[in-house]
Design a protein around this ligand. Structure first.
Ligand SMILES: Cc1cc2nc3c(=O)[nH]c(=O)nc-3n(C[C@H](O)[C@H](O)[C@H](O)COP(=O)(O)OP(=O)(O)OC[C@H]3O[C@@H](n4cnc5c(N)ncnc54)[C@H](O)[C@@H]3O)c2cc1C
Length: 421
């Protein structure tokens, strides 16, 4: 069976790519995934947080804003994505304040984010420790909070519902899915065969002819590789580098009882009367979940956390790293231990922490969410589909046209992202 397009990886990026391809030109499309259903990989591990443009890179801003607008409209049109616009609050100490505020001045001007003064924070969140001047704070690297950036339109969604939105539409549109099917190799072939058993030779123009899988070989006109943190497993043998590496990230959850109820009694940030999702750049985060009244916590560690695929959540990572910082900033967290935990891998673009989408031969690689792939997936999918179709421009949601090479590696003009959590 020969397909017009094979998408390897049914995570949120693969689903969005297949969706925009089939919506654009139709055709015979196969999506395959090594796991048992759609979006069971790192998409399932995601917090589902989305920031309305709250990035220091203008490219990240554009692709997140257009993606989030699309999701909001999907929900407005009747498909519940579990969106809760609780807001994002970024706490900044004196040393970071001026720099970060400057980096996001465009969205401050546009009104999609606001500054919250130290005094305002004190008034609204009585249980937040702002002073952080004692010896323990110094030791932990915490400094007095100078103020915060607040993005009221940001929040979180239910990633399973989002994945189902794309999946159901794709099934309806006649796209084939094969689950529990691992792609073992992308097979290279010469563009023009000469019938020699050892071709393709170095001097021949090449294409990907087929994908060898645990279920047999599938041929296609073109391929989109949306294998996230696993991407180099299929790219290394071909000599292609996506500059994307996996790094473990962990989430720890606890029901909000006792002192933690304070997170659900905060006025002035959102319609739910909760704390927004609260972050310290390169530090910990705490995210109140409205429906089950729980808190999700974590920390993106950098130096000392090895690159590589690792899906084991560690109790001691919470105890040694997340807890001491969060307890200091929010003393009501005293004594808290997680009731559940999980780990996944960010697919981090090691150049600038913006996604990558590029085409080599008839293969498009779309990955590098760098910890925020869900909130950029729709635009990334549109760009991947445009690249697969050989189009010079991609149309993002709302009619925004961008060159389809926007996220390519060679000739890339993308600012480094500073707001990675
Ligand atoms: C703990 C954690 C929290 C996060 N929080 C957020 C957040 O709040 N907001 C946000 O926007 N992003 C968040 N992210 C990032 C987000 O989850 C990812 O950027 C996004 O899910 C990436 O989607 P993807 O489709 O590229 O990858 P995946 O969802 O991992 O999909 C890749 C798929 O490819 C399949 N695959 C791989 N290799 C093969 C093969 N050889 N053959 C067949 N199938 C294969 C895998 O099984 C997988 O299903 C978080 C990530 C983690 C780990």
């Amino acid at each position: 069976m020969r397909y017009d397009l094979i998408v390897v990886g049914a995570g949120i990026v693969g689903l969005a790519s297949a969706y925009h391809f089939v919506k654009s030109v139709g055709g015979r499309i196969l999506v395959l995934d090594a796991l048992a259903g759609p979006a069971q990989g790192n998409t399932a591990k995601s917090v589902g947080g989305f920031r309305m443009g709250l990035f220091t890179s203008s490219v990240n801003r554009l692709i997140s804003e257009t993606t989030v607008k699309f999701y909001l409209d999907v929900q407005k049109n009747g498909y519940d994505l579990g969106i809760h616009q609780v807001g994002y609050l970024i706490l900044l100490d004196e040393s970071k304040y001026a720099n970060y505020v400057k980096q996001v001045e465009e969205i401050l001007r546009a009104g999609t984010a606001k500054l919250v003064s130290r005094e305002e924070l004190k008034k609204r969140v009585g249980f937040l420790e702002l002073d952080l001047v004692d010896e323990e704070s110094q030791l932990l690297g915490l400094r007095p909070i100078r103020g915060a950036i607040f993005s009221p339109f940001s929040g979180y969604l239910d990633v399973e519902k989002l994945a189902n939105f794309y999946y159901e539409a794709l099934v309806e549109l006649g796209v084939d899915f094969r689950f529990n099917v691992k792609a073992e190799r992308l097979r290279l072939a010469p563009l023009n065969r000469i019938g020699h058993p050892r071709e393709p030779f170095a001097w021949q123009e090449k294409r990907i002819e087929s994908v060898e899988t645990s279920l047999g070989t599938f041929e296609a006109e073109r391929f989109i590789l949306a294998t996230g943190a696993w991407s180099q497993e299929l790219l290394d043998p071909l000599g292609i580098d996506s500059y994307v590496k996996p790094k473990k990230r962990q989430v720890f959850a606890v029901p909000a009882r006792g002192g933690l109820e304070a997170f659900f009694k905060v006025d002035g940030f959102n319609e739910f009367g909760t704390m927004p999702m609260t972050f310290i750049p390169r530090g910990p985060f705490v995210a109140p979940r409205v429906r089950d009244k729980s808190l999700w916590m974590g920390l993106s560690d950098d130096i000392g956390r090895k690159w590589g695929l690792d899906f084991e959540a560690e109790d001691l990572f919470f105890v040694d790293n997340v807890y001491p910082l969060l307890r200091k900033i929010f003393p009501v967290i005293e004594g808290v231990r997680p009731q559940s935990k999980w780990a996944g891998c960010y697919s981090i673009n090691t150049i600038d922490e913006n996604p990558v989408a590029f085409r080599v031969m008839n293969l498009v690689v779309a990955t590098g969410g760098s910890g925020s792939g869900v909130m950029k997936a729709d635009s990334l999918g549109r760009i991947a589909a445009a690249l697969a179709l050989g189009r010079g421009d991609a149309e993002l949601y709302g009619g925004v046209e961008v060159p389809s090479t926007l996220l390519s590696i060679h000739g890339r003009k993308v600012e480094p992202e500073m707001l990675v959590f």
